[in-house]
Design a protein around this ligand. Structure first.
Ligand code: PAF
Length: 284
């Protein structure tokens, strides 16, 4: 981009037309779907996308279908001007910013449900969440038709379900996953970190430190999941401001809990800190 601006496109038909133009010019396309409120984690996804295609397309859409009525849809941070500036700096070719009506016109009835894995961990806490995620991701894939799509490993269950969907529905693209980007104190970057008060921001790294405590014990040779999880639970509970939603050791593909941790097992955690949900995971 050379004119100093990046014009967001809100209509599906215009995105399709511009994608066709890119294709006619022989360009491969990498796609980064987001809900905006971009941080360095998102921009890392964009940088990785550039390494795998000629043109990078980003979507910004706070998808109502993946929020339960009790959740933070209306207060979810929206920072479009800053997002467009950042994407312009990162040489993004096209930014798709649809409205909810554009994505879900009256009469839309079809959704994508990843049963049975939508009912465990994040899916158990947020019923319907993964149906919302997979439905919008499938729709965006059908509009953008990318060669590759890039997702962060921070939302590991989401990443696993998207990989399942692509395989199960024969969607012809490659999914790339990128390691979680962290603040220097270990906190996984997330748009929702903006909800933290300054005092809670200082406490928040305990979520990652809980996983690191489990990994340290694992590395001393302790592989029993019950023992490892007890250590993590005790460590988190040292700060009573946290409420644990779940802490588990799972197979990273099926999200089945494992009785014995092995290299490659995922340690996953979700905890609430005065109303802000913090998610994280590490692979042992
Ligand atoms: O991870 C997110 O930001 C969202 O779940 C996604 C993949 C953009 C779908 O709305």
């Amino acid at each position: 981009m050379s004119d100093g601006s990046l014009r967001p496109i809100s209509r599906t038909a215009e995105v399709r037309a511009q994608i066709s133009t890119l294709r006619r010019a022989g360009k491969s396309i990498a796609f980064v779907p987001t809900m905006g409120a971009l941080h360095d984690g998102h921009l890392t996804l964009v940088d990785v996308a550039h390494q795998h295609a000629d043109a990078v397309v980003v979507s910004i859409f706070v998808n109502p279908l993946q929020f339960a009525p009790t959740e933070d849809l209306t207060k979810y941070p929206r920072t479009l001007t800053a997002d467009l500036d950042a994407l312009h700096t990162h040489d993004v070719a096209l930014v798709f910013t649809p409205t909810a009506d554009e994505m879900y016109p009256p009469g839309s009835i079809t959704t994508v449900t990843p049963a049975p894995y939508d009912a465990i961990f994040e899916g158990a806490i947020r019923p319907g969440h993964f149906t919302g995620v997979l439905t919008i991701v499938a729709k965006l894939f059908n509009i953008v038709h990318p060669d590759v799509a890039v997702f962060g490993q921070k939302d590991l269950q989401q990443l696993s379900l998207i990989q399942h969907m692509v395989r199960d529905l024969d969607i012809s693209l490659q999914i790339l996953s990128v390691p979680t980007v962290r603040d220097p104190d270990g906190l996984a970057m997330s748009s929702r970190n903006r909800y933290l008060t300054p005092a809670d921001r200082l406490r928040a790294p305990r979520v990652n430190a809980t996983l690191c405590a489990i990994r340290s014990l694992f590395e001393t040779g302790e592989h029993n999941s019950t023992t490892l999880l007890q250590t993590g639970t005790t460590f988190l509970a040292e700060d009573p401001a946290f409420t644990l939603d779940y802490l588990a050791l799972v197979d990273p593909t099926t999200f089945t809990p494992v009785p014995t941790a092995t290299p490659g097992t995922a340690a996953i955690i979700a905890a609430r800190l005065n109303g802000t949900r913090l998610l994280d995971n590490i692979i042992l």
